[in-house]
Write a protein that binds this ligand. Sequence first.
Ligand SMILES: Cc1ncc(COP(=O)(O)O)c(C=O)c1O
Length: 308
Amino acid sequence: MTPNRFAIFQGEIVSIEMAQISIMSHIVNYGTGCFGGIRGYWNEGEQQLLVFRPLDHFKRLRQSARMLLIQLPLNEQQLTDQLLELIRREEYHQDVYARPLAFKNSPLIGVRLHNLEDAYACFAVPFGRYLEKEEGLRATVSSWRRIDDNVVPARGKIIGSYVNSAFAKSEAQLNGFDEAIVLTAGGHIAEGSAENIFLLRDGKLVTPPITDNILEGITRKTIIQLAKEQLGIDTVERSIDRSELYVADEAFFTGTGCQVAAIVEVDRRPIGEGVMGPTVEKLREVFFKTVRGEIPCYREWCTPVYSR
Ligand SMILES: Cc1ncc(COP(=O)(O)O)c(C=O)c1O
């Protein structure tokens, strides 16, 4: 039994049991699709569910789809409206996570992107933490390298490429760590298995540029803006050496899944004092207020599900 009862499939909201694809589908055989991950946050005081930056998420999905020669059936606003309708049908009154999927669905043998049937689906489930230890993760630099833009573009959220993330994550966890940090083929820090990464050095945030094979994270963008506007902290986007991790004052991951998660140790070396640093703590506070709609100037990022 899944926790959700419905899904968007072939243009309609159907019962989850009806949203099925064939084992012959192109996506199953070749990983030819892309996906999104969108959170909705329950605001208890307002009795309202707020979906965080859905238009930005669907814009990125469209960009990923474009790379794969997939045509989305609707525009960003329509996809958002359809997602809100799905959540209403589920009658969720708690934090949720939505997973839109755009993929090649032709039942045939033959690896390519063109002349194939496109499909779109979306489901939403109740969701809490993606990473258990958001307040203090022990990370390790992976022996797996991040896929290069000329191999499979990391800026696209491409389903097949998540095998790269899975290799890194399992290696890290089977070796006793919580999360992996993956380097580019050139040896600079790219990101976590499903998170962007930031360091704090000398009072400034430092994060890899989008040309270092990272996903163009929406949480990353949010944090850069919140750090500047709410805490007066600038972010420098530049390539980062592996050893800079070891000497950073603070470090953290960002992502729709992990939200803002403190890294307290890398390769068995403590970051700062080996506990969540004060800047990460403040950023987490501002971030959670923002996503729950409690800071009026960022309220436009929060799309209400229910009419009140
Ligand atoms: C590889 C990778 N990097 C970064 C992120 C963070 O992106 P966002 O903040 O848009 O969720 C994700 C999240 O899905 C990811 O899979």
